[in-house]
Design a protein around this ligand. Structure first.
Ligand SMILES: *Cc1c(COP(=O)(O)O)cnc(C)c1O
Length: 421
């Protein structure tokens, strides 16, 4: 039996309706930007395995450091104990975060990082004796699949079973530039009507919504109003963090700094799961008290796992290196040339780019194709390129270390799709 056949017996996959889904593909090896399946076919990982392995799969610099750490200290409780990988990571991460960020709280994945950000915002006001319980979020935002994260996500089309258990959330559209004044007015109205505790947002690029990009000046104006009304701002940089937008964090495009930042995905360079929620002293100080109950009583068993911290440290080393910074610039330049080539194609709509993220919508009658998304996916995979279209949105978010030739292979596969569909 093949791995794909054996898989069916006991495994339940994420985000999958098993009755109607395509068969799963068994991957047996990964290196650099490539994946190999059990039949020996190779694929370019055009989405960095969900935006994680930005320095390439099985990067030897990272795996060697983790292998060495693994023989020294594997795991220890982080409540009442500490260790060098976490301390060193805190020192290096604080250097590249927006300047107001001072404290790091560890967890295991993107959803827990936003869950913690939301809890920090709600308890901040609770501790100060403010009656504020409502969260503000963008329409079409995505912040994860745990209850708090699901509540603030505006994309929960399949989350009907849980709707009656959600936090209280109000929403504003993303600022597009043209609608900025309307969005700001809606925000002012919501501030009048609700006791807003915090605002959670994906800065500049909404990943799961289909790599939708919005206006930096508009977002900056929203954050300024939030600051003036003591609404705690939570930048969910789980997708955008660690260089993807052309800066270490998307928040660097803005003058206003967030109170809280959520990180995961590329944080550990695709090697191990971990997340961090960072915050400013303003947030931290609201929890710092002689009263034990004012502390943040949240903790996961594997908090600040030393191996994950080591992977994150190695990832930051690489991000800071001249080589990776050059790679990022090359990908940005290459994408921008490709965009020029396709932007006037009749089947290309809303072509856009920020940093190494390139996206557009395929302008075809969806009905003509039945399940267009699956057909596109099949087309890309058959041509040896792993891209994962979202509806009719096609996007590239490849590892920084991708070569010119490999990038061209992705572009060629997209150009072929423009002819076929
Ligand atoms: C992926 C993602 C999450 C959730 O992270 P998980 O590790 O999948 O739980 C949250 N926010 C954003 C912006 C994401 O892209």
């Amino acid at each position: 039996m093949t791995l794909s056949e054996r898989d069916k017996k006991h495994l339940w996959h994420p985000l999958t309706q098993h009755k109607t889904s395509l068969d799963t593909l068994a991957i047996i090896k990964a290196e650099g930007v490539k994946l190999w399946d059990e039949n020996g076919k190779e694929y370019i990982d055009g989405i960095s395995s969900w935006y994680t392995c930005m320095y390439g799969h099985c990067n030897a610099y990272i795996t060697n450091k983790v292998a060495a750490q693994m023989q020294k200290l594997d795991q220890v409780v982080f409540s009442g104990f500490t260790h060098e990988p976490a301390i060193q990571l805190s020192e290096e991460l604080i250097k590249i975060l927006p300047t107001n960020q001072e404290k790091l709280f560890f967890s295991d994945n993107g959803s827990t990082s936003t869950e913690i950000g939301i809890k920090m915002a709600l308890q901040y006001h609770f501790n100060l004796g403010n009656e504020r319980k409502v969260m503000l979020a963008f329409e079409e935002g995505f912040h994860g699949d745990t209850f708090g994260a699901m509540s603030v996500s505006g994309l929960s089309v399949y989350n009907g079973a849980f709707e009656h258990h959600f936090l209280e959330v109000v929403r504003i559209p993303v600022p597009t530039g043209e609608n900025n004044l309307d969005v700001l007015q809606k925000l002012e109205e919501l501030i009048e009507q609700h006791a807003l505790a915090g605002f959670i947002y994906e800065p500049l690029v909404q990943g799961a919504a289909g790599m939708k990009m919005h206006d930096a000046a508009g977002l900056n104006a929203i954050l300024k109003i939030c600051r003036e009304h003591e609404i705690i701002t939570i930048a969910d940089e789980v997708m955008t963090g660690f260089g993807k937008t052309g800066k270490n964090f998307a928040s660097e495009y803005l003058e206003e700094q967030p109170d809280i930042i959520c990180m995961s995905k590329a944080l550990t360079a695709g090697l191990l799961p971990m997340a961090i929620t960072s915050c400013s002293m303003k947030v931290y100080n609201a929890f710092y008290d002689n009263d034990i109950a004012k502390g943040l009583f949240h903790g996961h068993t594997y908090t600040a796992n030393p191996l994950s911290c080591t992977a994150a440290l190695a990832g930051i080393d690489l991000l800071n290196s001249e080589e990776i910074q050059q790679n990022i610039q090359q990908v940005i330049q290459s994408h921008s040339n490709f965009l020029k080539e396709i932007k006037d194609h009749p089947k290309v709509m809303n072509s856009r780019q920020l940093g190494v993220i390139l996206a557009f919508e395929l302008n075809v009658e969806m009905e003509r194709y039945g399940n267009l998304r699956n057909k596109l996916f099949k087309h890309f995979m058959e041509s040896g390129v792993f891209l994962r279209p979202l509806g009719n949105t096609i996007y590239i978010l490849a590892p920084y270390v991708i070569s010119k030739k490999e990038l061209q292979k992705i572009y060629d596969s997209i150009l072929a799709a423009l002819e076929i569909f």
